[in-house]
Design a protein around this ligand. Sequence first.
Ligand code: GAL
Length: 737
Amino acid sequence: MRRTFQWPAVLSPAAPSQDPHSNETESNGNHPTPSAASRRNRIIFGGDYNPDQWPQTVWDDDIRLMREAHVNTVALAVFSWDRIQPEEHRWDFDWLDLIIDKLGHAGIAVDLASATATAPLWLYEAHPEVLPRDKYGHVVGPGARQSWSPNSPVFREYALTMCRKLAERYGRNPYVTSWHMGNEYGWNNREDYSDDAQRAFRDWCRRTYGSIDALNAAWGTTFWGQEIHDFDQVLIPRYMGADAMVNPGQQLDFERFGNDALLDFYKAERDAIAEICPDKPFTTNFMISTDQCAMDYAQWAHEVDFVSNDHYFHEGTLHLDELSCSDALVDSLALNRPWYVMEHSTSAVQWKPLNARKRKGELTRDALAHIAMGADAINFFQWRASAFGAEAFHSAMLPHAGEDTALFREVCALGKTLDRLADTGLAGSRLQRSDTAILFDAQSQWATRSQTLPSGKLDHWHDVRDWYQAFLNTGMRADVVPLAYDWSGYHTIVLPTVLMLSDADTRRILDFAQAGGTVVIGYATGLVDEHFHVGLGGYPGAGQGLLRSMLGIRGEEFNIIGPQADGDADAIALTAAEAVSDPTNSHTTATSRLWQNVISVTDPHAQTLAFYHGDAADDWDLDGVPAITRNRAGKGIAYFLGCDLDVNDLTTFIRLNLDATSAPPNPDVLHTVRIGDTTAFDFYFARGKQGAKISQVSGEPLVIFRGSPGSNTGSYTLQRNGVLITMRNLTTPCADE
Ligand code: GAL
């Protein structure tokens, strides 16, 4: 673990002329760093730049237009291995020298890639063994991206040679201000079933468990007679037949191993560069959005100097809420320091079945929403739309139609806005944290992928997102925090479908409650430990019964419903509960559609807040069974939500039980605050199609996008996708919308 924080510098617009390939050090005076210090307060703006797809005649035009768009940084050479090393013993840096030089002289900094995301064809011809295999044993062919096994020692050697060459050549180049390692590690090689992987997995098991007995105990190999007598017998979970079910403990360890293999690979690449060039910050672009969970970034975030993320929009009304939920996790991974949007899109992508463009205002709104959530860098994939290849129809900053386009004008306006915001001192300020943390655990998300669970529809991440949105619906904002991090300072923690809880984590939760915190445990939380062993004595059995006794309940069975139960009801009603029903309307009920825990209350102090009720409940022998409970736990409170609820019902639950704010907040608005040394920046976004009205805003308006001031001081109207940013002195109290 090496947690550091180093933010990339930005160049001054007109860098001094120099020889960037000189080996002389800065102190010799021949090699001045271009005013980097004075430019640290900028917001980074740019995108992936792929000049190798274009003739050199286009490059000057690119740079002219980048300057027009206020671009100050580009990510370069992400897929350029083949151009840099066209043959094993031939290196061609001339084109890269030239473009870095041109960019640097124009004041555009370079986030230089390690260039290893795609390997050249000559390497595959010479060493076909570097290719990964899928679980059926098929070789994953070259021709796209990341067709290489992170477990291949041969591939690693070639990749590290590339890293060293780049470090030697550009380590002292003042225009290169950060290292962009790989690209979305694991995008196409997350699972590798090659022989190299088999060997590496055996070593991983040896290191993790130490003894074969410990491995057998963890995997529960007495089941189906799978006992292992030697680490050389350990298998990766290759295809075993259409209906075979993989041992979930083994499956989970294979997921962990895959994460660790790529993380080790990243670290080896980083360290190869760092040995030669220790002083520039390293990052790699994470893939965090609520529909993806490739890696356990709670581990990765310790290994980068600044956190960066790629985020692609979800269409529809969820768009802003989803973006903000994903960013809430990124901000926690960054430990609340500024972070980097490495990629998002100006408009449509090309990889969905239907690729809608962004709606009016969404380009600017999304970029400003990332800033509102703590980003100090806004970058797009990619600068110039490709004329050919798999991503030709992906939007870009400069579209096929060229500079005389609405899209390019919006990009330029955005660049100017970001510069203006930076002038006010926004960069470096930090997102104000909420007092509620929704806990996220990538490994629980992997565990919910097991084919062996009571329901194949569990999705921890989506449940986190639903809770996040429900908080926004009440006008509150929650943070999203990795389970593995420190959340003891929050007032409330929510654990939605955190399927796996170790004894130690369960103890942390109990301590938190006993010290006065409020804990909300979701319906499929704490069912198994970190080895996928079920906690006994009644559900949820985490922590040898600690979780259950904190809640004061005991579950005997799960009731799983859904449309597959032909002719039976696919929903079960909850009723008579002050926690769920609106007290002004006694007929309001909540509904569960997936999973109900059949529980009884065991602690005399525990209260039942909602019951299952009605014919469908009766059919399943659930009528009158507690659905939502509350218990005192030391100085704190522990809620149990024994069934899945939709966002509306979660919103009602929060409103009735967790909403501690005195002033009614405005659910039409997403409001965040960034706190600087002496200044606070308030960001307001219209969440819905109808736009929003905001009042009593005390700060000075910096940006009013798709909106206008109202007749009363401090009031504003925002249209759909509208944004208001204001600035106030920190002595001025925070506005209430
Ligand atoms: C990302 C990738 C980029 C580009 C982009 C398209 O996953 O890093 O290289 O392919 O998707 O949306």
